[in-house]
Design a binder for this molecule. Structure first.
Ligand SMILES: Nc1ncnc2c1ncn2[C@@H]1O[C@H](COP(=O)(O)OP(=O)(O)OP(=O)(O)O)[C@@H](O)[C@H]1O
Ligand SMILES: [Mg+2]
Length: 462
């Protein structure tokens, strides 16, 4: 009997209980002398044995069911006593449903973890006592791989975030705080902390999300700087024009030679404003198209020859020459003729403006399969580019200015640039055109020795 898994104690107790009515009947029959005591005892013993035998089958069936329920991996019971057959089916269905439900819950949890991991913002789950119950990939990237299980105060030592998290964990409503995290790069972050509707099984009861606002804040700053710069650049010539108009209307009204001189200055200033507006529009247009690479095939040599012809007079004014040094059989590039003419025009114009008078500006072009790292590459394809360098032997540029050279309105020597009629947008335009062409720009310069600006353009292979 123990082999069937039926506990003998339970079987004996149940049999004893069920044998009570027949015992009473036997005692009653013996008392009224309807049955001799020996017969009564024999009959009762037989009834008790039969009860035990019947009960044992049901107990065995129940034991099978119990094992099945306790160990969900056990096979579903199929041969059980008829009385418990329905029950066995119901239990088997229940266990199956339970298993399916658990599988669904596990799949859901896995999908949720994947979604949470895919959220680009760092996300932390916090327990009531301020411990990190979970962290997504971005949070692990920001705060360390071993972040789960640690104290929030240890991981994010920012008093404002900790204070806000503490208030939410103490039962407060959701809140957001904007903070700056430093070292090595300063970042503007907004931390949003919200309570979960109910504590999760791992104890998480609040969620903390960090959004990086660095790029947004930087863009805001750049926009403000840009507007300030444009207004300043426009205001200077405008103020000069207004001043001269007043002079021409007043003190110089009857002074024809002075009037003539002032009108010339006014014309120069107006032209400077017109150039600034044209450059700004040009920059805006290039930026708008920056994501569409030009597709046309272009021979660079004629473009360089045209730009050289255009700037020859300006070079002559500074007693300079422009020398083209082009490799034989230059390959064609993928490019827009007008935009590339604008690039060469800006670079050669700079070389003339900032080069040493009496020297030559050299424009060198050659094909290369070793473009700089900034040149976009396709995996498995050897990069090939056409390089064009514009070289001068002027004052050069000190190292600290190089990283900012292509920023709008950035000039090393503001007065010199303005005197030369510059707007400070030339290299910004060059940078955006080169980027639209999926090319690269490098600057090699040393103060006192001269500068070499090189652009790398993709070669037309088709
Ligand atoms: N070849 C060069 N040698 C020395 N400094 C240069 C040279 N090219 C550019 N720079 C420096 O970089 C600054 C930015 O050049 P950029 O071409 O953008 O503006 P700009 O020449 O002042 O004005 P613009 O080109 O709009 O007329 C210049 O003001 C100058 O200080
Ligand atoms: Mg320039």
């Amino acid at each position: 009997m123990p082999n069937s898994g039926v506990p003998v104690r339970h079987l004996a107790a149940a049999t004893a209980l069920l044998a009570v009515p027949s015992l009473i009947a036997m005692v009653a029959l013996t008392a009224i002398d309807a049955l001799p005591l020996g017969h009564a005892l024999a009959a009762w013993a037989a009834a008790a044995a039969a009860t035990a035998w019947l009960l044992r089958r049901h107990f065995a069936a129940l034991a099978v069911l119990r094992r099945y329920i306790e160990r969900a991996d056990a096979a579903a019971p199929h041969s059980v006593a008829p009385m418990t057959a329905g029950l066995a089916d119901a239990v088997a269905r229940l266990v199956r449903d339970g298993q399916a439900e658990r599988a669904r819950a596990a799949a859901l949890a896995e999908a949720r973890d994947m979604v949470v991991d895919a959220v680009p913002e760092p996300l932390l789950l916090l327990t009531r006592d301020g411990r990190i119950a979970g962290a997504n990939r971005a949070a692990r990237g920001l705060l360390g791989a071993e972040i789960a299980g640690r104290d929030l105060a240890e991981a994010l030592r920012h008093p404002q975030i900790l204070e806000a998290a503490g208030a939410v964990l103490a039962g407060g409503a959701a809140r957001a705080v904007e903070v700056t995290l430093g070292q090595p790069l300063q970042r503007s972050l907004v931390a949003r902390i919200a309570p979960l509707p109910a504590p999760a099984p791992d104890g998480a009861c609040a969620i903390l999300m960090l959004s990086d606002l660095t790029a947004v804040r930087q863009a805001e700053r750049m926009r403000a700087d840009f507007i300030a710069n444009v207004s300043h650049e426009l205001r200077t010539p405008l103020a000069s024009i207004i001043g001269f108009i007043e002079t021409v209307k007043g003190p110089a009204r009857d002074d024809a030679p002075a009037r003539q001189r002032f009108l010339e200055i006014m014309e120069q200033q107006a032209q400077r404003m017109a150039r600034l507006v044209a450059d700004l529009l040009s920059l805006a247009r290039i930026e708008q198209n920056e994501h569409t690479q030009p597709t046309g095939r272009l021979e660079v040599a004629p473009v360089l020859a045209t730009v050289k012809a255009t700037l020859e007079l300006a070079a002559k004014r500074r007693d300079m020459t422009i020398a083209l040094d082009l490799a034989a059989d230059l390959p064609d590039v993928i490019g827009d003729p007008d935009e590339l003419a604008q690039v060469f025009q800006n670079l050669i114009d700079n070389a003339i403006k900032y080069g040493r008078s009496g020297t030559a500006v050299t424009v060198r072009a050659w094909p290369t399969d070793e473009p700089p790292p900034a040149f976009p590459r396709t995996a498995g394809v050897r990069p090939r580019a056409l390089a064009v360098s514009v070289i001068d032997t002027g004052a050069g540029i000190a190292r600290e200015h190089l990283p900012r050279l292509t920023e709008r309105f950035y000039r090393v020597d503001v007065a010199r640039s303005r005197d030369a009629g510059g707007t400070g947008l030339g290299l910004a335009i060059v940078k955006h055109i080169v980027s639209r062409h999926r090319g690269a720009l490098t600057v090699d310069s040393e103060a006192g020795k001269g500068s070499m600006f090189t652009i790398y353009l993709p070669i037309f292979d088709g």
